[in-house]
Write a protein that binds this ligand. Structure first.
Ligand SMILES: C[S@@+](CC[C@H](N)C(=O)[O-])C[C@H]1O[C@@H](n2cnc3c(N)ncnc32)[C@H](O)[C@@H]1O
Length: 290
């Protein structure tokens, strides 16, 4: 609805001013999103109140834009971050001839990885979105690579409920449990790509995160243990049993953690490569099962 058309006291300038006063950096854009999402004056006032009180915009409106898709995000579920687009791009690139998207250096070159075998474009190629949260990563990969057979898991029932709403319409299957444990056993040795954004904030750094994350996202979605790599190590160690030969595990991390993450991949028997994107401030470790 148009905010100014239905409530002269709550036009875009007023909404923007209140958001700015509350410390929202992108106040004008957020005002547009709120005004466009509210179905009534009362809803708009309530949403603005929630946002001013510190609820993430995506929780207020119930969706996040990710890789050009509108993904449902429930309260208490991790909000997908723009930097995770690198993980999606690199996973989808494994399905391109030559293994690369136009924006990225060819895989197989320094900083890249080798193309996927079995091919990600083969009908029914299995993709797993591990620790899926709302399922944004799996949904975005499925949007870029047609015909994949999509599976996802998360330990948090709220995340599982939310990701089912996003992934089941795409034919995806979502399971609740610890990392690989809830996946159907028939997928063992069959998976072409595992894409994971597991928690990777070191425990001591969680307290330094913005309140939007600390207060409104579950600790289990953020805290990666003493050096942030507990979940990454476990995901890497378990991947070999699920990947097909030539399949790939991709895990988002930070540039600071990349060296230790690469060592964890190598220890798990995966041939590792690091890709980064300075614009997104993102780093992804890509490991190939020999
Ligand atoms: C950083 S969030 C990322 C969510 C999603 N991949 C995304 O990028 O939007 C990490 C997710 O890992 C899940 N998680 C934490 N520990 C887990 C575990 N042991 N097994 C499965 N999922 C786990 C959390 O519930 C959370 O949804």
């Amino acid at each position: 609805m148009s905010a100014s058309a239905c409530d002269p006291d709550l036009g875009l300038p007023e909404i923007t001013a209140r958001l700015r006063a509350a410390g929202c950096v992108f106040a004008e854009e957020e005002a547009e999103v709120l005004a466009g999402s509210a179905a009534s004056h009362d809803a708009l006032r309530a949403m603005l109140g929630q946002r001013v009180a510190g609820l993430p915009l995506e929780h207020v409106v119930g969706w996040a834009e990710f890789c050009g898709l509108r993904i449902a995000v429930d309260h208490g579920v991790f909000v997908p971050r723009r930097r995770s687009e690198l993980l999606v791009r690199r996973a989808a690139a494994l399905g391109q001839p030559g293994g690369a998207t136009p924006r990225d250096p060819p895989l197989g070159q320094p900083g890249g990885a080798t193309p996927c075998d079995p091919p990600l474009t083969a009908p029914g190629a299995v993709v797993v979105d591990l620790a899926c949260g709302c399922g944004a990563i799996g949904a975005a990969i499925a949007a870029l690579v047609t015909g994949v057979d999509l599976y996802a898991s998360d330990i948090d029932p709220a995340a599982v409920r939310c990701s089912r709403r996003n992934l089941e319409p795409l034919g995806g299957h979502v399971y609740c449990g610890d990392l690989y444990q809830p996946l159907p056993g028939r997928l063992r040795g069959q998976v072409a790509v595992i894409a994971a954004n597991v928690p990777y904030v070191p425990t001591d750094a969680v307290a330094l995160m913005p309140a939007e994350a600390r207060v409104h996202e579950p600790l289990a979605a953020l805290d990666g243990g003493p050096d942030g790599l507990d979940l990454l190590r476990r995901a890497a160690a378990g991947a070999g049993g699920w990947l097909a030969p030539g399949g790939h595990l991709l895990i988002e991390t930070s540039a600071d953690q990349a060296e230790a993450a690469v060592a964890a991949f190598a220890e798990a028997g995966l041939a590792p490569a690091v890709v980064t994107d300075d614009d997104l401030g993102a780093a992804v470790i890509i490991g190939r099962r020999p």
